[in-house]
Design a binder for this molecule. Sequence first.
Ligand SMILES: N[C@@H](CCC(=O)N[C@@H](CSCc1ccc([N+](=O)[O-])cc1)C(=O)NCC(=O)O)C(=O)O
Length: 216
Amino acid sequence: MTPIITAFASSPDRGRGLARDMRVRWALEEIGQPYDVRLLSFAEIKQPAHLARHPFGQIPTWEQGELVLFESGAIILHLAEQHHGLLPADPDARIRAISWMFAALNTVEPPVAERSTASLFERDKPWYADRMQTLDERVRQRLRQLSARLGDADWLEGHFSAGDLLMVSVLLRLQTSGLIEEHPTIASYVARGQARPAYLRAFEAQRAVFLQAESE
Ligand SMILES: N[C@@H](CCC(=O)N[C@@H](CSCc1ccc([N+](=O)[O-])cc1)C(=O)NCC(=O)O)C(=O)O
């Protein structure tokens, strides 16, 4: 049965692949799993029909038969458990790669998301400059630590995994901040992820949705 994900009918990221359906699309492309997309407006994601899928009224969600999931990390973990290509078979290497999934979402994404939100919604506040300096430094600390661990490796745990998919997806929200470029190792890592054919297919698919919405 073909799975169905949810995504914005017209994403505020304007087709730049920053909304979190993009990471689920990327994972689906990595495992070669065809999928359908239920496109929802901002109003529809708050309606009962979607709240039944997602208690917080967000995208993405995942539906396949009776199974309905929310949380992009959980959806990707489910895909990785059900298919080859996103997690190593070796049990120790597998849990280390899963650790990087949690690290991406719990340790790196919070300062990145907080900085992104402040940059979008707090520019008019008198304390904006000071706050951004603090937020930039929190992000820089994580980039320094990640760069130190990655070193000159291509991926965080040997081969590409769902840990890298989520880490690159999180880091992409920094793409206009200039912070990635301060760490050449991280900049190369992100570019390596974006060069993957599966990423490119996922990116084009989400961008086509935005361009279609713009043309209507
Ligand atoms: N923890 C959840 C978070 C899901 C989430 O934040 N969904 C957002 C869209 S992706 C977040 C996002 C939105 C826009 C951009 N952008 O760059 O424009 C980037 C990321 C959403 O539905 N927001 C609507 C709401 O909360 O009412 C997950 O990982 O699935």
